[in-house]
Design a binder for this molecule. Sequence first.
Ligand code: K1U
Ligand code: ZN
Length: 180
Amino acid sequence: MAILNILRYPDARLHKVAKPVTEFGERINKLVADMAETMYDAPGVGLAASQVDVHEQLIIVDTSETKDELRVFINPTIVWASAEKQVYDEGCLSVPGIYDGVERPAQIKVSALDASGKPFEFSADGLMAVCIQHEMDHLMGKVFVEYLSPLKRNRIKAKMLKEERGIEREAALRAAGRRH
Ligand code: K1U
Ligand code: ZN
């Protein structure tokens, strides 16, 4: 297993639209295992393949307290969504440190394939429903900050770019230190 690099907003690769998974086997099993290790390590309650620069329709979610209820959704589609909405303060491993309210359907029913390619349906509410919708947005190239006002989004973008420059500066200093 391996911990994968999570793309950070506003990386343009986060806006790619993911393609359906068509082949199941070793490669998908390894991707699921690596994504799970990456999500638990972060830590997070969900992760989309798009966030680790794999643009295929695969998401994982584990909202349990015990972190032992991993759910894998491949080629997911929402087949039903409630008229009732809920607002949840969402976070994102691609936008670390930022949390803000997003309104979405409170209950959903999802149709998907499991890691072996077997179809299943899953009904969700609460955080699980929020998380599945948030991860499915990633597959469409959408990051949750796009639900916020342009003012908030631009402030977040500026903060992330400033942090990015700091990360790059530290890496350059570390590399220079290794050369001397
Ligand atoms: O980046 C992601 O897509 C994962 C994201 C999922 C999510 C969380 C909350 C609302 C909507 C979507 C995260 O996991 S952010 C981190 C987080 O919320 C968390 C981390 C540790 C424990 C509990 C929550
Ligand atoms: Zn996210």
